[in-house]
Design a protein around this ligand. Structure first.
Ligand code: IDP
Ligand code: MG
Length: 137
């Protein structure tokens, strides 16, 4: 079975919608195999989003991702990566389909409530960014 990483981003935690988001994950058939709250340091956020470092929104993204607590949720399911991307919807909530997590909760293209891994390979890598293998159940 595939693994993928959800991060409930600072806007989601500040709005206190983490419970709703977790309910949507389990209703959609994902198994939670690890979960933790943390507050990313600038170095951690920069490393996690290194792929975007040449993008114009990179510095704002780092400020935002370090502006509050986040909740990392490691998920497992058949076809987890694609199914989770479908559940969260498009990056920009204005373009996200009805019923998706970002359509329901996201404020803007930047403050879009959740992170999602973009490939099976990155799903494994990103779960490993937040969790040691012994913390996954
Ligand atoms: P994704 O989260 O849907 O995979 P990416 O393109 O990988 O989207 O971008 C990572 C994160 O960077 C987004 O979730 C969002 O928070 C932020 N971001 C992406 N594009 C923009 C933009 O054009 N303006 C502001 N923030 C952006
Ligand atoms: Mg991405």
């Amino acid at each position: 079975m595939e693994r993928t990483l959800c991060i409930i981003k600072p806007d989601g935690v500040k709005k206190n919608v983490q419970g709703h988001i977790i309910q949507m994950l389990t209703d959609a058939g994902f198994d939670i195999i690890g979960m933790k709250m943390t507050h990313l340091s600038s170095a951690q956020a920069k490393s996690f989003y290194e792929v975007h470092k040449e993008r114009p929104f990179y510095n704002d993204l780092i400020s935002y991702m370090t502006s509050g607590n986040v909740i990392a949720v490691a998920l497992k399911k058949d076809n987890a990566v694609a199914d989770y991307r479908k559940l969260i919807g498009a990056t920009d909530p204005a373009e996200a389909e009805d019923g998706t997590i970002r359509k329901k909760f996201a404020a803007s293209k930047q403050e879009n409530s959740v992170h999602g891994s973009d490939s099976v390979e990155n799903g494994k890598i990103e779960v490993g960014f937040f969790f040691a293998e012994c913390e996954l159940y």
